[in-house]
Design a binder for this molecule. Sequence first.
Ligand SMILES: [Ca+2]
Ligand SMILES: [Ca+2]
Ligand SMILES: [Ca+2]
Ligand SMILES: [Ca+2]
Length: 495
Amino acid sequence: MKNKILLLLLSLILACDLMAQWHPGAKININNIKTTLYGTGDFMRYRGGSKWDHGYFVPSTGEAGTIYQNNLWIGGLDTNDSLHVAAVRFYQIGEDFWSGPLRVTDASTDIYGVMDYHHVWKVTRAEIEALIANPGGEIPEDILTWPANGNVDAGYAENLAPFVDVDGDGIYNPHNGDYPDILGDMALYCIYNDNYNYYNENVVLHGSSGGGSLGVEIHCMLYGFNAPDDLILNNTLFMRQWIYNRSSNDYYDVYLGYFTDFDIGDSEDDYLGCNVENGYYYGYNSSNFDEVYGNNIPAQIVMILGGPTMDADGLDNPKYDSEGNQIVDESINGLGFGDGIIDNERLGMTQFKYQYAYDVVYYSYYEMYNEMKGLWKSGNAMQYGGNGGSTGVGPECKFIFPYDSDPYNWGTNGIIPNGGLNQNGNYWSAETSNMIINDDHKCLASSGPFTFESGSVEIIDRAYVTCWFTNGFYRDEMDEWATYIKNYFLNNLNK
Ligand SMILES: [Ca+2]
Ligand SMILES: [Ca+2]
Ligand SMILES: [Ca+2]
Ligand SMILES: [Ca+2]
């Protein structure tokens, strides 16, 4: 009994310490970008230390950056119609995610599970090549401790982080030549979950969203290439996330949200927009001068290269109709449509909205879920034009500020927008709306809906492209960068 109380006390102290201290992090700095990935799969300024230590810095050598906060949301209904949401905007009010995997038996974990994975692993291609060239040489710490195999006896999955099994025995042993199976020339890796409560009944689950946990275990790899001769690749980072449903629930009407607070240098003069056809959203400066960047100001793109798998219907869903016309649906920016392979279709970006700057702190979980569905937090539909709400002209829409990127009017369900918009060069953007410039708006893109079955995994691929312009800001030039990265992904990195 005494031991049990001691253990409980120790756990509470550790848990409080965990809540109080900043998450573990590691820096990626392989090309023109330098940023810190935290153990809960996000990058953000101010998560401990000075803001100058942890921003998304482009160029990597300076103190000017483009992203303040970026992370992944998830929400869906169980078969009793209860809503489960794991989502963080900022960290003023609590946490929804903790380090470590979940047991495959009941999606639980404990303080030891959390502490054992309270780390972000950092591995380079050069380290791996050096080991291959010199077997028996000194093994770098993060390759030695690479979290490839979970503790099966304690109920966790056998296979966690990907590795190359050189000796073919199914077990990760770097002394036998096995090594991490990373993407890119440098990769950061972490494992986190949304269901840490085992020893701590008094710790409120999901202190950020207030939503019920899903029991998801997320593996995150942030990677980049050392490509000094390739301007675009050298200004890009990629992220792959594996989202495991370790719970016994099948979830439906599930959405993934990609929350981003862009700060293009000075945060008080930025705009937002999205590109429907190519599946990305972006932040850019509202003028040709920025207090931090001066006159040479990049735009920051976030691409949804491959989202969740669409629910199986036994078909290779087509992209074009029998006359060769683009079908107005998810095939516009999804993957695997009309490629001859049945049910490999993946959603791309299916919604994009901005969040009013003054909605800074509290979002309830159902407001977050509304936003992931492409609604305002109130549950009202977005309206095409104006501010997307009260000054919009309609009809209802799923993408705010698409400019000329939605020629098929997918965002308005095929209906031509009112007020002459999206016709004859009359495009909807932050510039043409009455969006207030000098408020620091946030934004949310999302992918859904889809069904997330118990025991299944979804793999999500994104790219962060920092686009430099010859002069000023041009969407055509930005789209060339995005298209280049999309093709690079499809040709080299697609799973
Ligand atoms: Ca092995
Ligand atoms: Ca700015
Ligand atoms: Ca297909
Ligand atoms: Ca299908």
